[in-house]
Unconditional design. Structure first.
Length: 363
């Protein structure tokens, strides 16, 4: 078995200043932590198993692969943006100016700033990637180190965790590692499988609660300040005209302000759609899984009808359609409830997928 990262290794990875290199190191460490725990639990997928593939996917956003081009290309097809541009052209013609559509589109692209939006998404994803590894990866490392020396892994974990609910408290993590400990020692395959799923879901719920601000930040990519856009439009549409002509538009009932606000609102909505589409894919060994589509797969026999009371209680909270994966697609990745529904079904149907335990490409 490959060496499992120690708490000191986790600390060193977190201090790496290069977000691209750090992401690759985090992904590799997740794989090694996953393998270490899987060797003790009978090769069942644990939270780090799924985190390995999620971190690899995050790396594509952190590296900015094709995201700026996708944003720029996607803006052109938005009907709302087209309507706002048409209204802007009407305003310009009313003041005797010809509104060149290419000029207007260029202004929209300036406002949306594909490069800036991609950079912001990259920064938010890198921040979330680090935040989760620094917290949860570190706990996994402490747990493994304790088990390797014969110490009480749960006690070692509990000693360093903050009491209280997520996002600031870490009760869910403490309870999750108690489940992993029981999964290691349970002889009954059903009971062990249920403890694994309960642990994975508890960590997943804590992680997603903690990540909510970062996910919303990544989805809500900035566009330019309305005053900046207004200044650019005046400069482009009314360059060389008498001051009284452009001034009339500025002072006339806020018509330009209204159009700019509509334009930016439409641009923000379209940006969120593009970014949501970008984030809502996950490359697994089986191929690409779309997070906005219902999870496909068969639930392992040991997890079909859970018996553990705590697992049943948690499933009732995060799975609005027990017994089926229908409706598990997360249409809005900014919605915590939708994310957890998808994650629950993914964890449950893939818990015995041995292919997930292998190293992903580039690790």
């Amino acid at each position: 078995m490959a060496r499992v990262p120690s708490p000191d290794d986790v600390e060193a990875i977190c201090r790496d200043p290069d977000p691209v290199v750090r992401n690759r190191r985090i992904t590799r460490a997740y794989h090694e932590l996953s393998a270490g725990l899987a060797a003790r639990t009978g090769a069942a997928a644990n939270w780090c198993t799924f985190a390995t593939w999620a971190s690899r996917q995050a790396g594509q956003t952190i590296r900015g692969e094709d995201l700026a081009r996708a944003i720029e290309a996607g803006l052109g097809g938005a009907e709302e943006i087209g309507d706002a541009l048409a209204r802007l052209g009407e305003l310009a013609r009313a003041l005797g100016r010809v509104a060149d559509r290419d000029v207007l589109v260029a202004t929209v692209r300036d406002a949306a700033s594909p490069v800036r939006a991609a950079e912001r998404a990259s920064e938010a994803v890198a921040c979330g990637n680090l935040k989760v590894f620094d917290e949860i990866g570190r706990v996994f490392a402490h747990f493994d180190a304790a088990l390797a020396t014969g110490a009480d892994g749960v006690a070692r974990v509990a000693a360093q965790l903050r009491p209280g609910p997520s996002p600031e408290g870490q009760d869910l993590l403490r309870e999750a590692f108690a489940c992993y400990d029981r999964a290691i020692t349970r002889v009954d395959p059903r009971s062990s499988a249920e403890q694994m799923l309960l642990a994975n879901l508890r960590i997943g719920l804590h992680e997603q609660t903690r990540l909510q601000p970062d996910i919303m930040s990544a989805l809500d990519a900035t566009v330019a300040d309305p005053r900046e856009v207004k200044a650019r439009l005046l400069a482009r549409l009314f360059a060389g005209t008498p001051r009284r002509v452009s001034g009339a538009l500025v002072e006339d009932g806020g018509r330009l302000d209204d159009v700019v606000q509509r334009l930016l609102a439409a641009t923000r909505r379209r940006l969120r759609e593009i970014l949501t589409e970008h984030f809502m894919t996950l490359e697994l060994p089986e191929g690409r899984v779309r997070l906005g589509v219902d999870v496909l797969g068969v639930c392992p026999p040991h997890l079909l009808r859970p018996q553990d009371a705590e697992l049943c209680e948690l499933l009732a909270r995060v799975d609005p359609a027990p017994g089926t994966t229908l409706g598990s697609g997360a249409r809005d990745w900014g919605d915590l409830g939708q994310r957890m529904h998808f994650i629950t079904e993914l964890f449950r149907t893939r818990q015995e997928d041995a292919a997930l335990l292998g190293p992903p490409p580039e690790v």
